[in-house]
Design a protein around this ligand. Structure first.
Ligand code: SAM
Length: 241
């Protein structure tokens, strides 16, 4: 990624930032997303939050080079501590694991009172983010899956409102993503084919070891995931066999 060309992953996040909003980008690193948002999305202002020294300095430097200090404020701090009450109406958190994203949202719940939209891009374990959204009154309104440089990314968009009520199997939809399940595109199929292969390998490995309660739990979980995979991709699997 360079200053001039935003990655496809961040371009997908950018697409969902509402026009005219003030948003906070948590874990902003080089502040690429805030800079592109100001230049292309007509947002009013951005707070770029960073916890680590190097990325914080890089963000400040980039914002300065683009002469955008009047609209992008770079602040150093952990998660949503950098945001003041009622300061922003949208939050983006991209490029972190699902558990870290969920813990940042959980720790900063009071800062979400003024927020109408969350755009979250977990690198792994998106189901933990979906679960947090569902338990905290956020309505999942869109999901995207994309592949870039050999990695597969998911982007989740949630608006304040009634929590998403899955109409089928809750845990299964949290894992696969309700919208992604419906779209069932080639990247989605590729991701879950990889996971399926991985689950089967782990299952084979742990079946060789001593049976502890943890192994029993893991085996039950993997078996459930494998069965869900086979249900979701039943047609493709029967076509292949
Ligand atoms: N958001 C950018 C993107 O998607 O390209 C950067 C992603 S980078 C992999 C993750 C960034 O989040 C790092 O710069 C890291 O320092 C920052 N980070 C991790 N935990 C954080 C936290 N609790 N609060 C703020 N920033 C955090």
């Amino acid at each position: 990624m360079t200053n001039n060309k935003l990655s496809q992953r961040l371009t997908t996040v950018l697409k969902y930032i509402p026009k005219d909003c003030i948003f906070a980008d948590i874990g902003s690193d080089h502040a690429y997303l805030p800079i592109h948002a100001i230049k292309t999305r007509a947002v009013k202002g951005v707070i770029a939050g960073e916890v680590a020294d190097g990325p914080f300095e890089a963000a400040k430097q980039n914002v300065k080079e683009h002469l955008l200090q009047h609209v992008i404020e770079v602040r150093k701090g952990d998660g949503l501590t950098v945001v003041k009450d009622s300061e922003v109406d949208c939050i983006t958190i991209a490029g972190m694991g699902g558990p870290l994203i969920a813990s940042i949202l959980e720790a900063g719940k009071e800062k979400l009172l003024s927020v109408e939209r969350l755009i979250l891009q977990p690198n792994v374990a998106a189901q933990i983010v979906r679960k947090w959204l569902m338990s905290n009154g956020w309505q999942l309104v869109a999901e995207e899956i994309l592949e870039e440089d050999g990695h597969i990314y998911e982007v989740l968009v949630a608006d304040k409102g009634n929590p998403y009520v899955p109409y089928n199997d809750t845990e299964k939809e949290l894992l696969f993503g309700p919208y992604l399940l419906q779209q069932n595109n080639s990247v989605f199929r590729k991701k879950w084919q990889r996971e399926y292969t991985n689950w089967r390998q782990i299952l084979k490995q742990i079946s060789k070891g001593t049976e502890t309660s943890e192994i029993k739990r893991k085996r039950a979980e993997l078996t459930e995931y494998i069965n869900w995979y086979l249900e979701v991709f039943a047609n493709e699997n029967s076509e292949r066999s």
